[in-house]
Design a protein around this ligand. Structure first.
Ligand code: HEC
Length: 474
């Protein structure tokens, strides 16, 4: 009796299951297109489609053709050698079609001038430990990337398209002339700026940038140079780091490049994996590494891989994907670094000489198109992050708060985020994070942070490009 019942039931279950499988592509996608865009695309192309880490989707001279079919093909297949992932497995044809329409709608809004206005800065923010005000210092900047405070209180700011500028009070001075030509595409351009610890005496300004070079047009990579400011020009230029011609590639991603001097006057700089994760584990490649050199680019004898056959002598630590923030705790001397993970794997690391930070062998993230990289998040011999952020914030620059204006933030770590459009405050205790607070969110992507000796905190914001200052409000 029971057996007969089963015989009757099984085929009908089988048919139902088959029907489900067969019907799937025709089923309307569960999420509406705005949600799909927000979860899969916004991180790179920006909430308003106007671009960020990736190009704007609003210009209609498409990089890969501009018909509906061209747009759909790019979304389906991705763009080789760039960060644009293939969404073939992750999205149905119907969802891709909906995204094409969504992009067309965005373009129509942009051409009618109905783009949302940049958010006005908040009058007062009440946070856990301090109330503060956000003051506008400079605007109309184009993708400000690096920000330094000079001893005289003026600011030195890079704009990614290739300009270096001084901000004097609330005046944005004309660009410094003689800055090296940069390769500006996607992540590339004029990146960080750093001041020699003895800047007041020797005047050295350091720049990290991506430049064209190598065998084929379109090849590029990271270079570090230094020069002096003289009469509005950058003079006495010297290369501090330059790759061999074979290391210039057609990739426009993961150039790094954050600059930081330590107390001994040694220069740290990061270079990302340039879109090829295996580089990070190869000690013979400068990519996916944190480097340490003297102020003139020469390598200190006590660097960890000096004398190892085939290793790049300037390497300080490895297994990094794309470090965007570096800071030294002046009390302990410890070096902290943030790293752009893949989707869902942003990291904060305590960086120790010679150690392997694991990319791409272990990671807390997955590929940008939602496909897995690995299920391994830890392994013996590979360093764990102090914290990781899932979902990713696209963590950027970091700085310790060392001023006197916000006494209850003393020695806390300020962490910026691009996609997350925020400034976070992290309380640390013995190498661990004990509390995190978002201080500011939603006023544009936060690219750099600098703490001035007299106490205010300066931020470089993107989309729109502005410099702002946080001051206490009593
Ligand atoms: C990890 C970053 C990243 C993500 C995520 C991403 N893109 Fe892209 N996308 C890029 C980059 C980089 C390019 C430029 C490719 C090039 O330079 O050839 C691009 C190019 C494109 C283009 C071609 C633009 C043109 O002008 O021809 C389209 C269309 C596009 N993306 C749509 C999407 C959509 C829709 C999503 C989400 C489903 C998405 N992208 C997710 C990085 C990304």
């Amino acid at each position: 009796m029971h057996a007969a019942h089963w015989l009757l039931l099984v085929p009908s279950i089988g048919i139902a299951a088959m029907a489900l499988v067969a019907a799937q592509p025709a089923t309307p996608p569960p999420a509406d297109v705005a949600t799909v865009f927000r979860t899969l695309c916004e991180n790179c192309h920006g909430a308003t489609l106007a671009g960020g880490q990736a190009p704007s989707l609003l210009d209609d001279e498409g990089l890969h053709g501009d018909s509906d079919a061209d747009l759909a093909r790019t979304i389906r297949e991705g763009a080789l050698t760039t960060a644009m992932p293939s969404f073939k497995g992750a999205l149905t044809d119907q969802q891709i079609r909906a995204l094409v329409i969504y992009i067309r709608e965005g373009r129509a809004r942009a051409s009618q001038g109905t783009m949302p206005a940049p958010p006005t800065l908040p009058a007062r923010i009440e946070s856990e430990r301090h109330a503060f005000r956000v003051e506008l210092v400079a605007d109309d900047l184009e993708t400000p990337w690096g920000l330094e405070i000079m001893p005289d209180g003026k600011l030195l700011v890079t704009e990614r398209p290739g300009r270096l500028r001084v901000v004097d009070g609330d005046r944005l001075l004309p660009p410094i002339t003689g800055v090296p030509a940069v390769w500006e595409k996607q992540d590339g351009g004029l990146l960080d700026v750093g001041l020699h610890p003895d800047f007041q005496r020797n005047g050295w300004v350091y720049l990290a940038l991506s430049e064209a070079g190598g065998a084929a047009p379109g090849d590029s990579t990271t270079r570090i140079v230094r020069g002096r400011l003289h009469d509005g020009a950058l003079v006495d230029q010297v290369s501090i780091f330059q790759a061999t011609p074979a290391l210039y590639w057609a990739s426009n991603t993961h150039y790094g490049a954050r600059l930081l001097f330590d107390r001994q006057g040694l220069l740290y700089f990061s270079i990302g994996d340039r879109g090829r994760p295996a580089e990070s584990q190869d000690l013979g490649s400068p990519y996916g590494k944190l480097h340490r050199v003297r102020d003139d680019g020469s390598v200190p004898a006590d660097n960890p891989f000096v004398g190892r056959t085939g290793a790049v002598a300037s390497v300080w630590s490895y297994g990094h994907r794309n470090q965007q923030g570096l800071a030294i705790d002046s009390q302990t001397g410890a070096l902290w670094a943030t790293e752009h993970g893949p989707r869902g794997g942003d990291e904060l690391n305590l960086v120790v000489k010679g150690r392997d930070y694991g990319w791409p062998t272990i990671t807390y993230g997955m590929n940008d198109n939602g496909t897995p990289i690995t299920d391994r998040t830890e392994r013996d011999g590979l360093e764990q992050p102090v914290v990781y952020w899932t979902p990713s914030l696209a963590v950027g620059a970091i700085a310790f708060y060392t001023g006197d204006l916000f006494p209850r933030w003393k020695q806390h770590l300020l962490v910026t985020a691009l996609a997350g459009q925020q400034l976070r405050r992290l309380e640390l205790d013995a190498g661990r994070v004990t509390n995190q607070e978002v201080l500011l969110r939603g006023y544009g992507r936060v690219r750099d942070v600098a703490v001035s000796a007299d106490g205010p905190i300066y931020l470089a914001l993107n989309n729109p490009g502005r410099i702002v200052r946080l001051v206490p409000e009593r």
